[in-house]
Ligand binder design. Structure first.
Ligand SMILES: *[C@@H]1O[C@H](CO)[C@@H](O)[C@H](O)[C@H]1NC(C)=O
Ligand SMILES: *[C@@H]1O[C@H](CO)[C@@H](O)[C@H](O)[C@H]1NC(C)=O
Ligand SMILES: *[C@@H]1O[C@H](CO)[C@@H](O)[C@H](O)[C@H]1NC(C)=O
Ligand SMILES: *[C@@H]1O[C@H](CO)[C@@H](O)[C@H](O)[C@H]1NC(C)=O
Ligand SMILES: *[C@@H]1O[C@H](CO)[C@@H](O)[C@H](O)[C@H]1NC(C)=O
Ligand SMILES: *[C@@H]1O[C@H](CO)[C@@H](O)[C@H](O)[C@H]1NC(C)=O
Length: 356
C-alpha cells in the first residue's frame, strides 16, 4: 500500500523516523520526502566529515532531522540554515565539506569560531539563495577566487575575517551588489583595495583592517558608499590625502582609519557627523589644526583618538561640550579599539604635545 501523500506545505517530516523517510524517498521519487531524506543523508555526511563532534549528537539520533540541533528549515522543508556559532561547538580543524553545497535551499551558513579549516567555500555557488555567510575566526586558507561573484545576488552578509586567506581581494566581489556587510579583516590579503568595491553601494559595514596590503590609497570610488555606518580600515597601508568625502557619509557611526599614512588636515565637516560615535585617526601623518566652526555637530562622539600625528594648534574649546567624552590624555592607554564596545569609560585622545 502506498503511503498517503503528505499535506502540501508540510514543513518537515516531523513524525517520521529517518528510516521511514528514506523508504518514502524511494517510494515517492520527486516528492518533498525524497528531497528531505537526501538532505538528512547529506547532513549525516557533513557530521561525519566533521568527525562526529559531540555538539551534533542529535544528528541521526533524533528521529527526524527536523529536530537536529543547529539546523533550520524553510517552508518547503529544505535546510535553510546551518548555524553552529555557539560557545562550546568546535569542529577542531575539520574541513568544510563540499556536501554543504548539496543543501540547495541554504540561506544561512554560520560557523563562526568553530576552528573549521579548508579553502574558500566555492560549494556555496550551488546554494543560489545564500544570504548570510559567517566563517570568521576559523582556519580557512587559500585565495579568494576570481569568480567569487557567483555567490550571487541574495548575499547580504559575508564575514571571512580572522582566517588565513591570502592573495588579492578579487575585483569580482563587486558583483555581490546586495552586500550590506563585508569583513575580510585579519587575513593575509595582499595587493591593494580594488576600486570596484566602490560599486557595493549598499554596504553599511566594511572591515579590511589587519591584512598585508601593499602601499595604496583609498579608492576614489568609495565616495559612493554613502550608506556606510562602520568602517574598519586600520593598518591597511593607505596613504595620500585624507579622504574628505567621509564627511558626506552621514550615517557613519564608527570610523577607523588609524595606523595608515594619510596626510593633509582633518576636514572641519567631520565634526558635524551627527551619528559618529567612534573616530580613530591615530598613527597617520595628519597635520594642521583641529578646526571646528561653531558648536560641534558630532554630539554622539564617545571615543576620539587623534594621537601620533603632526597636528598642531590648541585643543578646540568645543570638545568641552561633548559631555559623553571623558578626556584622558595619556597616549599609551587607549589602543583598545577591539574592546571599545565593552568599554564603559569614553576616551578622548588628542596629541599631548600641542603647540600653542
Ligand atoms: C521534535 O521537536 C518538537 C519541538 O520542536 C517536539 O515537540 C517533538 O517531541 C520532537 N520530536 C522528537 C522525535 O524528538
Ligand atoms: C559549555 O561548556 C561548559 C563546561 O563544559 C558548560 O558549563 C556550559 O553550559 C556549556 N555552554 C553551552 C552553551 O553549552
Ligand atoms: C552543485 O550542483 C551540481 C548540479 O546541480 C552538482 O552536480 C554538484 O555536485 C553540486 N556541487 C556541490 C558541491 O554540491
Ligand atoms: C572562540 O571559541 C573559544 C573556545 O573554543 C573561546 O575560548 C573564544 O573566546 C572564542 N572566541 C570568540 C571571539 O568568540
Ligand atoms: C559614483 O556613482 C555614480 C553613479 O552611479 C557614477 O557615475 C560615478 O562614476 C561613481 N563615482 C566613482 C568615483 O566611482
Ligand atoms: C609620515 O611622513 C614621514 C615623512 O614623510 C615618514 O617618514 C613617516 O613614515 C610617515 N608616517 C606614517 C605613519 O606614514
Amino acid at each position: 500500500m502506498a503511503p498517503a501523500p503528505l499535506p502540501r506545505g508540510h514543513a518537515c517530516l516531523r513524525a517520521l523516523p529517518l528510516v521511514v523517510a528514506l523508504a518514502l524517498a524511494r517510494l515517492l521519487p520527486g516528492h518533498a520526502a525524497a528531497q528531505q531524506a537526501d538532505e538528512a543523508r547529506l547532513l549525516l555526511r557533513i557530521k561525519r566529515a566533521w568527525g562526529d563532534p559531540p555538539a551534533l549528537a542529535s544528528w541521526g539520533a533524533a528521529a527526524s532531522h527536523c529536530n537536529w540541533t543547529y539546523v533550520a528549515f524553510d517552508a518547503a522543508g529544505r535546510v535553510s540554515s546551518l548555524a553552529l556559532a555557539l560557545p562550546n561547538v568546535t569542529l577542531a580543524g575539520a574541513m568544510l565539506p563540499d556536501d554543504i553545497g548539496g543543501l540547495a535551499g541554504l540561506a544561512v551558513l554560520d560557523l563562526f569560531n568553530t576552528s573549521v579549516g579548508g579553502g574558500f567555500p566555492a560549494f556555496l555557488y550551488n546554494c543560489t539563495g545564500i544570504a548570510r555567510v559567517d566563517l570568521s575566526n576559523n582556519r580557512l586558507a587559500g585565495e579568494l577566487p576570481a569568480d567569487i561573484g557567483r555567490l550571487g545576488g541574495s548575499l547580504t552578509y559575508l564575514a571571512l575575517g580572522y582566517n588565513n586567506f591570502n592573495g588579492a581581494i578579487p575585483a569580482a566581489l563587486s558583483k555581490l551588489t546586495n552586500l550590506i556587510y563585508l569583513a575580510l579583516n585579519g587575513n593575509q590579503l595582499t595587493g591593494t583595495i580594488p576600486p570596484e568595491l566602490g560599486l557595493l553601494v549598499n554596504l553599511e559595514t566594511i572591515k579590511l583592517e589587519n591584512n598585508l596590503f601593499g602601499a595604496g590609497t583609498l579608492p576614489e570610488s568609495f565616495k559612493n558608499l554613502t550608506k556606510l555606518t562602520t568602517v574598519w580600515l586600520a593598518n591597511c597601508n593607505l596613504g595620500g590625502e585624507f579622504p574628505s568625502y567621509v564627511t558626506r557619509m552621514t550615517e557613519m557611526v564608527w570610523l577607523d582609519l588609524s595606523m595608515n599614512g594619510f596626510t593633509g588636515s582633518i576636514p572641519t565637516e567631520i565634526w558635524n557627523l551627527q551619528k559618529l560615535q567612534y573616530l580613530y585617526l591615530y598613527i597617520n601623518n595628519l597635520s594642521g589644526e583641529i578646526a571646528i566652526n561653531g558648536p560641534i555637530g558630532a554630539a554622539s562622539l564617545l571615543e576620539v583618538d587623534l594621537s601620533d600625528n603632526q597636528l598642531s594648534g590648541p585643543i578646540p574649546e568645543s570638545f568641552g561640550s561633548l559631555l559623553q567624552l571623558v578626556p584622558e590624555l595619556a597616549p599609551e592607554q587607549s589602543r583598545r579599539r577591539d574592546t571599545a564596545e565593552h568599554c564603559p569609560t569614553a576616551v578622548l585622545k588628542i596629541p599631548v604635545a600641542v603647540e600653542q
